[in-house]
Ligand binder design. Structure first.
Ligand SMILES: NC(=O)c1ccc[n+]([C@@H]2O[C@H](COP(=O)([O-])OP(=O)(O)OC[C@H]3O[C@@H](n4cnc5c(N)ncnc54)[C@H](O)[C@@H]3O)[C@@H](O)[C@H]2O)c1
Ligand SMILES: [Zn+2]
Length: 373
């Protein structure tokens, strides 16, 4: 088992990474002296696979858990689902000393975290991420929240979990498309601050795609360590933490205009990161070699790198970008790369450059995915 510490004073916590860690959930919660009653929030795909085991481990350690199952997918990350969770927690008499376990991907983690942050003005919560994306990114750092129709994650809070348990065995049931989507965040860490990680990913992509346990454990632990350090330095995103948004300004807008349906988060930010690399070449002189290597690595991970849009969709995309939280005083600011392993925040980018980065060259037009809306 690997352990990564997130050092945030009295809100510090551990991230445990390894195989078969779910069985230790109850003992870990007891060690933290959490209250007897708890709610395990999961979704309709994850609950049937891991819900009853999770409950059994908690019961064996002396807890009194209830399973709250929400629908699967991004559209469930809504205030409507939050409301139904509050109702379930209230009817099960979840109290101040109780806790919430988020068992699932980023959708469950973000939503259950927001429930825990707000129910009774905040109760403890434990993250048990079951997607690659959630293990390397969303379960760490305490950003919780839900979407509005107007945009992603527009309602939320900073609320740190008490513990994160990344059980690599749970990844065995993850559909290949979801696994690849998680790789988009993994590659992101290489681009923003760790060139050796990027080079390792270039070397080990076939092993990763095969979910080779040792490679997976090392890469996930490295990603968690990077995220933990960024969050330690800037918990509430007043500066450094913004580097984690590389590729996300465009990515979030793509998700919003395709009604959170067509593209997975990881796919949208794959397109967003490739576009951000092209913009970086124009503004910061990112080398052609680096830009190509970035594009190639996303392709090798089986991720989309381009999007084809009608003029109307492009207009909607710009509108969605202006609603993004990273926008200040109406100006769209980007995180851009100087080279692989180093990015800079707060870069002003003109609409024309964004458009050029997203406009496919005529020669490759036929191979591009269409978005319908
Ligand atoms: N809070 C943050 O800092 C942060 C960071 C990045 C992303 N996010 C958010 O995370 C969300 C995306 O997370 P995600 O990609 O994990 O999506 P997700 O939670 O929707 O999970 C993807 C799909 O896989 C299924 N699934 C999950 N675990 C499984 C398993 N082990 N076996 C089989 N199926 C499984 C889910 O039911 C779902 O259908 C987005 O809402 C995004 O905004 C948050
Ligand atoms: Zn992301």
């Amino acid at each position: 088992m690997r352990v990564v510490n997130v050092s945030l004073g009295n809100r510090s916590y551990r991230i445990l990474i390894g195989g078969n860690l779910l069985s230790g959930l109850g003992a870990e919660c007891r060690r933290m002296k959490l209250g007897r009653r708890c709610a395990v929030i999961s979704d309709r795909n994850v609950a049937p696979a891991y819900g009853s085991r999770c409950l059994a481990y908690l019961v064996a350690a002396g807890f009194d858990p209830v399973l709250v199952t929400i629908p699967a997918g991004e559209t469930a990350k809504s205030l409507k689902t939050i409301q139904s969770c509050y109702d379930r927690l209230a009817s099960f008499r979840i109290e101040r000393g109780s806790f919430v376990v988020a068992l699932g991907g980023g959708v469950v983690g973000d939503l259950a975290g927001f429930v825990a942050a707000t129910y009774l003005r905040g109760i403890a919560f434990v993250q048990v991420p079951t997607t690659l994306l959630a293990q390397v990114d969303s379960s760490v750092g305490g950003k919780v929240g839900v979407n509005l129709r107007a945009g992603k994650n527009l309602v939320g809070a900073f609320f740190q979990p008490r513990l994160v348990i990344c059980d690599l065995n749970t990844l065995a049931t993850l559909p290949p498309r979801e696994f690849r989507a998680g790789l988009a965040e993994v590659i992101k860490y290489g681009i923003i601050c760790d060139e050796p990680l990027f080079r390792r990913l270039e070397r080990d992509m076939p092993k990763l795609l095969k979910r080779e346990p040792r490679t997976l454990a090392e890469v996930i632990a490295r990603c968690c360590a990077i995220k933990a350090e960024v969050v330690r330095q800037d918990e509430t995103e007043s500066g450094l933490r913004a580097i984690l948004n590389f590729g996300h300004t465009i990515g979030h807008a793509i998700e919003a205009i395709s009604s959170y349906g067509k593209y997975l988060h990881g796919e949208a930010i794959s397109i967003g990161q490739v576009a951000a690399a092209k913009i970086s070449a124009d503004i910061l002189g990112l080398s052609r070699r680096d830009t190509e290597q970035i594009t190639r690595l996303f392709e090798r991970a089986g991720l989309p790198t381009r999007i084809e849009m009608t003029a109307r969709q492009r207009e909607k995309l710009f509108w969605a970008m202006r609603l993004d939280k990273k926008v200040r005083d109406g100006e769209i600011k980007f995180v851009l790369a100087k080279r692989i392993g180093e990015v800079v925040c707060g870069q002003k980018v003109s609409a024309r450059l964004i458009e050029e980065a997203l406009t496919p060259k005529a020669a490759t037009r036929s191979s591009k995915p269409q978005i319908r809306n």
